[in-house]
Design a protein around this ligand. Structure first.
Ligand SMILES: Nc1ncnc2c1ncn2[C@@H]1O[C@H](COP(=O)(O)OP(=O)(O)OP(=O)(O)O)[C@@H](O)[C@H]1O
Ligand SMILES: [Mg+2]
Length: 371
């Protein structure tokens, strides 16, 4: 039985625990986790071989010392120093509370840096609940951190590539739209003009009606292709006009009512932001047409000096968020929002339907990427 009812008895109890033979001792010795046992004054009374290995300090330099005396320097994940008073053994010693999963960088006395995940807790006499020791356990997470960093690097590289591709795609769409409009559009218009003149001279207009109809259809088709590539209204009249126009087109095509609510004035919105929001809006409407079974859509667009917000709510069947994990549309919208320094949320609306909310801060965009 452990009796820890006085400091002396607590020390004896700890000593007895450390000296006890048998299976528990060999289990602790075989553990890959480092284990330190501290008395209630914070002095390290025992450790296992993994603690020696992870700390890079031999047992005789660990035992009978307190934590600061180990000569290690401890860091937080952000690289700042980990103050003694906030380290798990000290916190548990001072408060009696356990600490769980505390990540610390450990600069060993001879140099190398190891990352450890640390737990600490009080060991108490099960009968009278008197604490008699602090147990600190820690595992070396340096390798898994390295893997995580590599994974993050490749994720960031993919993200960078995706921003770049979006940017290139948008630039290409704009230039193809312009070329088709300027080259093909004006060629068709001038052919129509020349033909009208020649037909006028021949005095035989009726024979050419079919040709004129064909030419008009070709001109309309050129306009439609250019608009689908990049609506000129976005560059000429701004984002709000483009959203209203797109909402109107959507209603015409699908029969779903779409109301746009916006403030009276539209402050200048940077072109990359306008393009990003417009593309997200298009994708949101496409999703409504394809999946929502909605009758009404409400679009709220608001620009302040600090941020732009766009909330699109439909009254359809409501999104099943479990269905979104493997699809790319919403992921692409979120990435676009992120690229503009903002965020996108998609949720079920109340009482029914789906709400897509986009918010883009105008000021904090300096450090974000621009597609
Ligand atoms: N407004 C909505 N109402 C109901 N369900 C929706 C709505 N928007 C999206 N969803 C659901 O979320 C899923 C994911 O949408 P997402 O746009 O990511 O992919 P998708 O439209 O299926 O395919 P794509 O990659 O071509 O866009 C859809 O398959 C659909 O089940
Ligand atoms: Mg989609």
């Amino acid at each position: 039985m452990i009796d820890a009812s006085s400091p002396l008895k607590a020390k004896r109890a700890l000593q007895a625990l450390l000296e006890s033979d048998g299976k528990y001792r060999s289990v602790i010795a075989a553990m890959t986790e480092g284990i330190l046992l501290l008395d209630m004054d914070g002095i390290i009374m025992g450790c296992n071989p993994s603690a020696e290995r992870i700390l890079g300090i031999p047992r005789e330099m660990i035992q009978d010392r307190d934590f600061p005396e180990l000569g290690c320097r401890f860091f937080r994940e952000d690289g700042s120093a980990f103050p003694d008073r906030n380290q798990p053994p000290t916190v548990t010693l001072n408060t009696g509370n356990p600490c769980r999963n505390v990540v610390m960088g450990l600069q060993k006395p001879e140099g190398g840096l190891t990352w450890v995940r640390v737990d600490s807790e009080v060991l108490s006499n099960p009968e009278n609940r008197m604490p008699f020791a602090i147990m600190v356990s820690f595992s070396d997470i340096s390798e898994s951190r390295k893997q995580r960093e590599k994974l993050e690097q490749s994720y960031n590289a993919m993200r960078e590539l995706s921003f770049r591709l979006q940017h290139v795609r948008e630039a290409e769409r704009t230039s193809i739209a312009r070329e088709i409009h300027d080259e093909l559009g004006s060629l068709l218009t001038s052919v129509k003009f020349d033909l009208s003149w020649a037909v006028e001279k021949s005095g035989n207009r009726a024979e050419f009606d079919g040709v004129f109809q064909g030419l008009d259809a070709a001109i309309r088709s050129v306009k439609k292709i250019c608009t689908a590539l990049r609506p000129s209204i976005l560059d000429d009249l701004g984002l709000f006009a483009a959203l209203e126009w797109q909402a109107g087109e959507f209603s015409k095509k699908t029969g779903i009512r779409c109301r746009v609510d916006a403030g009276s004035s539209e402050p200048a919105v940077p072109q990359d932001v306008a393009t990003g929001i417009f593309r997200i809006f298009q994708e949101t409407l496409t999703n409504i047409a394809r999946h929502a079974e909605a009758v009404n859509v409400l679009v709220k667009f608001d620009v302040s000096n600090e941020d732009i917000s766009l909330v699109v709510t439909d009254d359809g069947k409501g999104i099943d968020l479990r269905a979104t994990s493997k699809s790319l549309g919403i992921l692409g919208m979120s990435e676009r929002a992120r690229a503009l320094g903002g965020e996108l949320s998609v949720r079920r609306a109340s009482p029914s339907g789906t709400e897509v909310a986009l918010s883009i801060p105008l000021e904090r965009r300096a450090s974000s990427r621009h597609p």
